[in-house]
Ligand binder design. Structure first.
Ligand code: MRU
Length: 369
């Protein structure tokens, strides 16, 4: 993705790796849209903290960060070349630390499980060989994420017609992946082929990924857009001002077609259904969960109450970064990060392999390996 930084347009990936320094490099999403910085993380534990504190966030991006963190951890092993019990216990610890950083998105677990299986099945003779192969696999996961998002763009662009108003929730843009994004990929693809349209960006409380990240991305790409309060969607739909909704997802249960996504997605799906507006979800194959049999089993992340009782931004007066408390100190707050949208509210799932009814996802089994 090209980003305008200090007056110059440069290509960036959200997640990358400095092989010489064994560092995971992440665009620091906590600073956007006001500052653009790439931060380096020198140990797998630091990488796990960066995933947990949302320096990097979004399903595909944390999948790639976990994959690079896994390679980073393996490359840092200093206990000798032999494949000892100690080494395998250490690998398990790296796996667990990264896998537990964010529970709802399945992409990190899918990436880690795939890497561990390939590594253990490869019959590699030394820990150094594990390190080399692990980094190759992490690169492969990241490149595949980019390719999947481009393919989503190709399929999804056919849904976008001239003059449409499209609503999106949270950020399922290139910042949520390694590049291009899932929900935004059809928009970027349609825009680049000359179709003109407009995007409503839900601000997405409490972390405001829509206002802070999606709007910034669309601005960088030159796509006309408007940030709205989360509660405005119903009114806009009732006025005929929303033609289609496209969101991303953190986990789609392949067997049922249930979609976990940022809190508030379910509400938008109900509203879209009521107004007979098509509701699409865009995902790479790494977002499919083949293990769980029901959306009720998806672990829903609960985050710190501080995200709800306060707001972060820059001061309108001084421009300094500030956090301000909104709610009174005495009231309790709750902060569920995600909700589950049932398949009957979803018009189609846009994947790298085409657009499917949620009930047809079983046909994609095996294609992600
Ligand atoms: O808490 P976040 O920002 O990591 O939430 C994940 C998301 O970005 C959204 O739920 C998004 O719509 C799907 S992830 C591509």
């Amino acid at each position: 993705m090209n980003v305008l930084v200090n007056g110059r347009r440069e290509a960036y990936r959200t997640v990358s790796f400095d092989s010489a320094g064994n560092r995971v490099l992440l665009i620091d999403q906590k600073l956007l849209p006001h500052d653009f910085e790439v931060a380096g993380f020198g140990t797998y534990r630091e990488t796990a903290v960066a995933i947990r504190d949302m320096t990097v966030r979004g399903a595909g991006a944390i999948g790639a960060a976990a994959a690079y963190g896994f390679a980073q951890g393996i490359r840092a092993w200093a206990g000798g070349s032999g494949i000892s019990d100690g080494f395998m216990e250490y690998v398990d610890d790296v796996f667990r630390t990264l896998g537990e950083a964010r529970p709802t998105a399945v992409d990190p677990m899918n990436a880690l499980r795939w890497m561990r299986k390939v590594l253990t099945d490869s019959g590699l003779g030394s820990t150094e060989e594990w390190g080399v192969r692990a980094l190759d696999l992490a690169d492969q996961f990241a490149d595949e994420d980019v390719a999947h998002c481009q393919a989503i763009g190709g399929h999804g662009a056919s849904l976008i017609r001239e003059g449409m108003n499209i609503l999106t929730h949270c950020n399922a843009g290139w910042l949520a992946f390694v590049d291009y994004g899932s929900a935004t990929a059809p928009m970027y693809s349609a825009w680049d082929s000359g179709t003109k349209f407009h995007v409503w960006c839900d601000e997405t409380r409490p972390r405001l990924q829509g206002a802070a990240l999606t709007a910034w991305e669309l601005h960088n790409h030159g796509v006309p857009h408007t940030v709205i309060a989360d509660n405005a969607a119903g009114f806009l739909m009732s006025q005929g001002k929303v033609d289609m909704v496209i969101t991303g997802s953190d986990r789609v249960i392949a067997r049922t077609g249930e979609v976990a996504n940022k809190i508030g997605t379910f509400t938008k799906a109900v509203l879209a259904h009521y107004h007979k507006i098509p509701f699409y979800v865009a995902i790479p194959l790494s977002t499919l969960d083949w293990e769980l049999s029901s959306g009720a089993a998806i672990p829903i992340e609960e985050r710190a109450g501080e995200e709800v009782y306060s707001v972060n931004g820059i001061s309108l007066r001084s421009g300094a970064r500030e956090s301000v408390r909104v709610a009174n100190r005495e009231s309790r707050v709750s902060n569920y990060g995600f909700d589950i949208t049932p398949p009957d509210l979803i018009t189609g799932i846009i994947t790298p392999k085409g657009i499917f009814n949620p009930s047809e996802l079983g046909g994609l089994e095996g294609l992600a390996d």
